[in-house]
Design a binder for this molecule. Structure first.
Ligand code: SF4
Length: 386
């Protein structure tokens, strides 16, 4: 494998099976229903400072990642998280509970009820051996808002309609809230029975390139809506995190305002809070140019990174025209933005980047090997020829 080729792990790290990174273990917390009470959030912040670097990342699947945990203290951290009810007793139960619930759910609404039902049915389905990355999206509000977020099985609302869809399919199955969880498990079993997870790996979309969706799926797909921006929602206030990262201190300060919901959009939702206090690293304005930029951990935090990423992304953000997306990636894997961006800068060495237009981090560059210094000095390079 060459230095430019990223290493592909065949599994998805969790709290019990953490991944080693450049600054220690990354311990991923999959909070039940994507929600932490104020007490839980303050406890997680305290554990992050005690066992890690005091830095928390929000993943694209709305999980919270504690960075910089030492191997020798990992068991103590897990015991503390288990006592909070945030980590299962075994890794397969933890992997199975891969449910992404719309962050805009309200207590007792159909999304909330379906997610509770699905969590209970997945916990009981000990024989269901799904790949680590295989996940469910419960997106049953008035219109789906998670269609851009990775998931294999989607339960989607559209007005009064409720549908189940295999990711990548252009047909769906009409459902009721009562049947949604069991039909989702039936679809997961269909995925396994039709060879979706050979060698324990595989995703629904890949299976659907080889065969059609189940015959019973013939209904129309719910039309998606854009994800919300920072600001007030009926469920609370959304605040964005620069590059999806937050210090434990700021996380604890937000927890003082209310329970926190984790979102897949690099934002936290503070339940019931109508105004969020300005705190370091938070983005409150829907027009802040940093919202147009994605940047992965980069060097030195990621072992595979060929360069730093976030300082460059921060410096370039103010020069971006409104609406133009920029992705700065420490290697060709493109973790922070797996889809094409308007402009992608993929590191090829320390402080040098390939510039890719309308492509993913591993696409053929339009301008190879640009130095970070040249990009900072002439940010027009980003937009020339677009
Ligand atoms: S894209 Fe970034 S975070 Fe992902 S492996 Fe490469 S350098 Fe690491």
């Amino acid at each position: 494998m060459s230095a430019a080729e990223p290493k592909v792990y065949g599994w998805c790290p969790g709290a019990l099976r953490p991944m080693m990174s450049g600054d220690g273990l990354v311990v991923r917390i999959r909070a039940p229903l994507g929600r932490l009470s104020s007490e839980e959030a303050r406890a997680v912040a305290e554990l992050s400072e005690r066992f890690g670097t005091g830095i928390l990342d929000l993943s694209a699947r709305a999980n919270l990642q504690m960075r910089g945990v030492r191997e020798e203290t990992h068991p103590d951290l897990i015991a503390a998280l288990q006592s909070l009810g945030l980590v299962e007793q075994d890794a397969s139960a933890e992997a199975r509970r891969n449910i992404l619930l719309t962050p805009l759910w309200q207590a007792g609404d159909r999304s909330h009820r379906i997610a509770l039902d699905l969590a209970a049915q997945l916990a009981a389905a000990e024989d269901l051996d799904l790949p680590g990355k295989f996940g469910f999206a419960v997106d049953a509000g008035v219109a789906p808002i998670l269609q851009d977020v990775a998931a294999d099985i989607r339960i989607e609302g559209e007005g009064d309609r409720l549908t189940l869809r295999a990711d990548g399919a252009d047909v769906a199955l009409e459902l009721t809230p009562e049947s949604a969880a069991s039909e989702a498990l039936t679809l997961a079993r269909w995925f396994l029975a039709h060879g979706g997870a050979s060698n324990g790996r595989g995703r629904m979309q890949a299976l659907l390139t080889r065969r059609a969706a189940p015959e019973a799926h013939g209904a129309g797909v719910a039309k998606g809506a854009p994800c919300p921006r920072p600001g007030e929602t009926p469920s609370g206030t959304l605040v964005a995190l620069e590059f999806g990262q937050i210090s434990a201190k700021t996380f604890a300060a937000l927890a003082d305002l209310g329970p926190l919901r984790l979102t897949p959009w690099r934002m936290l939702l503070i339940e019931d809070a109508r105004v969020a206090a300005p705190l370091p690293g938070l983005i409150h304005s829907a027009t802040d140019p940093r919202l147009q930029v994605s940047a992965c951990t980069g060097a030195p935090g990621c072992l595979q990174a060929l360069s730093q990423t976030r300082a460059l992304a921060r410096d370039l953000a103010p020069h971006l025209p409104a609406g133009l997306s920029l992705h700065v990636s420490g290697c060709a894997k493109g973790c922070a933005h797996p889809k094409p961006a308007d402009v992608t800068l993929t590191a090829t060495g320390p402080e040098t980047f390939d510039l890719i237009r309308k492509g993913r981090a591993d696409a053929v560059p339009a301008r190879p090997h640009l130095s970070a210094a040249a990009l900072r000095a002439t940010p027009d390079l980003l937009t020339k020829d677009i």
